[in-house]
Write a protein of this length. Sequence first.
Length: 261
Amino acid sequence: MDTIHLDGRSWSANHQSIEDDDQVQTIRKGPWTEEEDFRLIHYVNIHGEGHWDHLARSAGLKRTGKSCRFRWLNYLRPGIRRGNFTLQEQLLILELHLRWGNRWSKIAQFLNGRTDNEIKNYWRTRVQKQAKLMKCDVNSKQFQATMRYVWMPRLGEQMGATSSCSYNANMMDRGLISYDHETRGSTADDPAMSLPEVISAITSYEKEGSNSQDTPTHNILSGSNHQSFQCCNDCFEVGDFLDHLFNDTEFVGFLQEQLFD
DNA sequence: AAGCCCGCCAACCGCCCACCA
DNA sequence: TTGGTGGGCGGTTGGCGGGCT
């Protein structure tokens, strides 16, 4: 019988049922115990991955092959990183999701040590929550525009110049972006709304709509490079400015009507 | 202190595809 | 060609814990 020593504890790893006197293999569900984890780690270390149904039986685990595979790939496999996502990782997830949608495993390939399940959970708990707050669909162009022009610039700013450069270089290296992050302009095949389109919508809104002096869209455009905006006597960076705009339900409604319906 | 609510996340489920006999 | 099997993937669920009343 082999003995595994890990975290100051020892586990026997005989490849028999956890309950030897139980002849009927009832399938266990729910959280994995430490002993189950050690059995799985031990077996995979010796025999390698794959053939999960056979592995489950041979390792004496009362689990389905799928359950063993899931546990190994998402929690026990060496190199798994856990904990909060860094700003760079969050930005990468937003960027890649705009590109590929719910292709979690594909997205996970670009985040070293992160699993598709973890990214999926992040998306559903954090990002979809924001969509719910905005009362729009997470896949709508409106929400994608918010991601691209509000959150991503904000994350970029938070990351600071150094990490932003490394993020851009990383993305460029991978061939994932081809547009200029300084202006956030989109490429011709980019389905999301480009910054010029947003500006055009804002301008149109100014012409057609609200004459109120206290709306966020009053007196907004200044300069020609669209990098900063004057609004209500305050100067906004593009991210903050659009954040401001998207908090204006009147503007959001107009934008939706003009561009997305 | 107790009950309730809600967010997070580990884990399961079902579908689909690739491979092989 | 077809049926069985294993594995991959996205969607969903349920339990736990922390915060709030």
